[in-house]
Write a new protein. Sequence first.
Length: 409
Amino acid sequence: MNKIFRALNLVILMFLGLFSLSAASEFWNLEPGIIGARSAALGGADAALADEPAAIFYNPAGLGQIKKKCFAAGLYICSAKGAPVVPVVHETSPADPWGYYQNEYPWSEKIKGLDFIAGVFRWRNFTLAGGYSRPYRRIREYDTVLAWKDYSIPYKCNFQADRFTLSMAVSAKDKIYGGFAVHFYQAQIYNSDFSIDRRSYQYDSINIRRYLWVNWERSNLEATGSGLEIGLLAKPANDISLGFTLASAASLEGEELWDNYSYYAYNDTVGQDTLYSYSFWNQVELGWKLRLAAAFGDPKETCLLLSYMYQGGSDNGTIAYPMVYPGIYPSQLEFTTETSGLAAGIQIAARKDLLIRAGGSNTAGILKGSLGLGWQYKNMALDCAYRQVISSTKRYKSKEIFVSAGYSF
């Protein structure tokens, strides 16, 4: 019991550090989501454990700790809401009764489906694994407040990326583990933007001209690419584990299709409609990622976990943020720029086959907390987790549920 209370005190101190942490980064950066119910329950701080099939997605070196063939799968449910990011602009002068305005859009998203599938095969000191996951998932419906001629145009911004992973790990005397993973990405990005511009200007000393400009555009990009991740895991003592992972930047390329509709009229005359479509080759940049982690205690019973993450962006000069400005112009898209974060978690063995987990993380100014349970019976394992935003500098809210199951043979 003394060990448990000591671990709880450390977690409390860690959470105080999380609250005081101010990560210098953009709110809309797309950090890869947590994969697996156990990782979610521990706040994503379990890179130094990594003794489950889902480790293929966050520290491939940990696969070397798995002694049997096993299979695991998980489900994911998310409900989130976000406040506007772009400030509202109202410019209406007495000489311009039409005015010009730009509205900001709150958004909401609901996602559910397959979180991951992973299989592990052991041969001597080598472990081979393969799996599928969806680390990037953003399906955002914006609450449109603009309307034109009684029409309400949907304002959406979706980004999803499927990831297929092949991995291999090797162990040395059950003290040092090394591994690598090759990730293959298939991403889809969809944007739909709608705007209105009404303005008047002094044409000469007598006449004032007014114009109305309505613009609606949508884009769809399907891109593919690959990336490499390496991992190390060391056990300097029986109750201490240290983890390290480094994921390379990935460049996803594909053809983007655009449709654009515009309506232009001035002085209350009948306007002119224009509709055109075009396509071009585009890139999506996913930044490199470093993770350092430590675990103290028995990984099968009570243990304390700490983790630090740093994510770097690519070096391209043109950066666009489709999550903030959906109606972007053709350019290279950088979805991940420089950011960092801390995570902490604790696992307590309530009894031999039941584990209680809790964790928290602070990344990009968003503090999240989580709770979960782990149940083991013979060759079967069942994990569940609940995770939500506790505090956010951008009035962002989300609730997530994870359920994972595994079987070894």
